[in-house]
Design a protein around this ligand. Structure first.
Ligand code: 5GP
Ligand code: MN
Length: 319
């Protein structure tokens, strides 16, 4: 088990970063650790780096202190990579990780490459936020830190719905609620609430470009042109793939959105039979058994054929 006191011994500067296109767990775990180090290790100068986060996550304390650009002095004594399986996924902060004297990775992706000096990788854990919860001294968790951890757990478990939700997850959530946080508000505001434009894009994805193959694999996509038309960004498309997944009879859901011409970000979700982390890794991506992602270069047509092909192979093996 990791010990913060040991890691931070003699440390003057600490950095924290998560994966590109930060989601709830990535943002929650990073901001929780950031607040904790700021509060209980005041002798350490701590910074947190993330790409732009969804607007609703700005309710978290410390969100406005997130750095989006590299500092002049890139030398950190220790650098934490959270919820991230490889250096490349750290995006612009990868440089800071590579130049740090010591590196630590805390993560729950099965595809994690154990790329740091110290690695705490627990693929069974619901979320990186639950791992950070385990790492922190419980009595030192403030209400603001609890909000960040709760948000992270809520997002990676789909509001305690997915099979990654363990008794330990519920125990952590209960303890966080005891810190006085407004749990329902975090769920409503950061998970369920969608803007009008987001609902319109969801409608488009569920109606126009949707395809159901053999009743088992469901697929849809959104082009850059549509994103511009509705005025939405990549971070506004969260949730579409989950809506595809809940379709009766479906084993795997595939959702694509265009990053730039000829390049697509792909989200994969599954119910019981398909290990989507294997599918993602086949195409150079990664993730979890039930939720994974990758970047695909080619046409939508190529993407459907290739990715559905990989999913179908697994379904055939199962049959
Ligand atoms: P999402 O579909 O929500 O973007 O991602 C689902 C899961 O797969 C997340 O845990 C995310 O970190 C992981 N993931 C998504 N895209 C990639 C990718 O390109 N590479 C790797 N290694 N993991 C990814
Ligand atoms: Mn996560």
């Amino acid at each position: 088990m990791l010990k913060l006191d040991e890691i931070l011994q003699g440390v003057k500067r600490a950095g924290i970063a998560g994966h590109v296109r930060p989601d709830g767990d990535c943002t929650g775990s990073c901001l929780a650790l950031y607040q904790y180090l700021r509060m209980y290790y005041p002798e350490v100068r701590t910074d947190v780096y993330l790409e732009e986060i969804p607007n609703s996550f700005h309710m978290l304390t410390g969100a406005d202190e997130i750095r989006h650009e590299l500092p002049e002095d890139t030398g950190y004594d220790v650098f934490f990579a959270l919820d991230c399986g490889d250096t490349k996924r750290l995006g612009f902060a990868g440089t800071l990780f590579e130049q740090a004297k010591k590196t630590v990775c805390i993560d729950h992706h099965v595809s994690n490459l154990a790329f740091a000096d110290v690695n705490q990788i627990v693929p069974d854990a619901s979320s990186t936020s639950e791992l950070i919860y385990d790492l922190l001294e419980k009595e030192r968790i403030t209400k603001e830190i609890a909000e960040a951890l709760y948000l992270g757990i809520v997002h990676d478990t789909g509001v305690f719905q997915y099979s990654c939700t363990k008794p330990s997850t519920m125990e952590a959530a209960a303890e966080l609620l005891r810190k006085g946080i407004d749990g329902p508000k975090i769920i409503e505001k950061t998970f369920y609430e969608k803007t009008y434009a987001q609902n319109q894009v969801l409608g488009k994805a569920l109606l126009e470009s949707i395809r159901l193959m053999d009743g088992k694999v469901i697929f849809s996509y959104i082009t850059k042109k549509s994103m511009n038309f509705f005025g939405v960004k990549a971070k506004d498309l969260e949730g579409i793939v989950s809506q595809l997944r809940v379709t009766t009879g479906v084993e795997a859901a595939i959702f694509l959105y265009e990053l730039e011409s000829g390049e697509f970000k792909v989200s994969l979700r599954s119910k019981e039979k398909v290990d989507v982390s294997k599918v993602a890794q086949y195409f150079g991506g990664g993730g979890h058994v039930r939720a994974a992602g990758l970047t695909f270069r080619g046409t939508v047509h190529d993407a459907v054929n290739n990715i559905v092909g990989q999913v179908a192979l697994q379904l055939e093996e199962e049959a």
